[in-house]
Design a binder for this molecule. Structure first.
Ligand code: CP
Ligand code: NVA
Length: 310
């Protein structure tokens, strides 16, 4: 495998990871999944975790995953640390780098995460910002490979994103750029992904298309995926968004237009009866529980590679 480009120091966004590095990370995730307690590359190390937003999966999977790899997970509460009293990121990052071996952060402003990365001398891991959610996409890619096989070329696979052009959509776009699968995004007018990210996809010749019709987007695709209509921080827009997105629910009629063997993914938490019907979420095409489990294995691969040199 050609790993000639140097390995990135951080896990901030997929666009910094080459195709070879990403494929190799996925292979590592499969390997770690096959023997969950068999690898301890982080013995004696510590992962700090900072959450400025709520979390179930990310928090638990990082805590369990780092423990399984031999590390100590250290939960840092913004409210009881000096972070909430205005200590600058630039200072916090340099101080924490002297104690811990990696920092996972979930926050609002992506620029803040970039400042952490600039001032930290240990790996910074993006546990979700308003702009990206790369940990979730790595778990989703792992789930797709489990379904379609590791030998299936990414170029042969197609994914339909239905709903908001949000942080998840942005990370899907960057995965499509790097790996080469086809990505249709059906978004209501006014809720497209950021133009700069779409322009970047175009400049890289990616198979990424934005459309208005969910029916057109899912036609014959292998993977149908969606997310909440109002992300964390957008709670006040929930009512207006519910109106704009009302024709964008993934239900059985929509799944019937996708390939008969297609799968359904959702990063969770899900709102049944809004972006996805109960029947689809709980139905035979849904892989959401395996997808949620794969957060653990995917993130172990990120930590093992960046913090443990695996
Ligand atoms: N999918 C995801 O990131 O879930 P949490 O918000 O529970 O971490
Ligand atoms: N787009 C959602 C993802 C949650 C995991 C949010 O940012 O709230």
């Amino acid at each position: 495998m050609n790993q000639s480009a140097s390995l990135p120091n951080h896990w901030i966004t997929l666009r910094n990871w080459s195709r070879d590095h990403l494929n190799s990370l996925l292979l590592l995730a499969h390997r770690l999944k096959s023997d969950p307690l068999g690898f301890k590359p982080l013995e004696g190390k510590t992962l700090a975790m900072i959450f400025h937003k709520a979390s179930t999966r990310t928090r638990i999977s990082f805590e369990v995953g780092s423990t399984q790899l031999g590390a100590h997970p250290l939960m840092i509460s913004a409210s009881t640390s000096q972070l909430s009293r205005g200590e600058p990121v630039e200072d916090s990052a340099r101080v924490m780098s002297r104690y811990v071996d990696g920092v996972m952060i979930r926050t609002f402003d992506h620029e803040e995460l970039l400042r952490w990365a600039q001032y930290s001398s240990v790996p910074i891991i993006n546990g979700l910002t308003d702009l990206y959610h790369p940990c979730q996409i790595l778990a989703d890619l792992l789930t797709i490979q489990e379904e379609y096989g590791l030998d299936r070329p990414w170029e042969e696979l197609s994914v339909a994103w239905i709903g908001d052009g949000n942080n998840m959509a942005h990370s899907w776009i960057e995965a499509a750029i790097t790996l080469g699968f086809h990505l249709n995004l059906a978004c209501p007018e006014g809720f497209d992904p950021q133009a700069s990210i779409l322009d970047y996809a175009k400049s890289r010749g990616a198979n990424v298309e934005v459309m208005r019709s969910p029916q057109e987007a899912v036609k014959d695709v292998d993977v149908v995926t969606t997310d909440v209509w109002a992300s964390m921080g957008q709670e006040e827009e929930a009512e207006t968004r519910a109106i704009a997105f009302k024709h964008f629910m993934v239900d059985e009629d929509l799944m019937n237009i996708a390939h008969p063997e297609s799968i359904f993914l959702h990063c969770l938490p899900a709102h049944r009866g809004e972006e996805v019907s109960e029947a689809v979420l709980e139905g035979p095409q849904s892989r959401v529980w395996a997808e949620a489990e794969n957060r653990l294995h995917a993130q172990k691969a990120i930590m093992a590679r960046l913090m443990g040199g695996m």
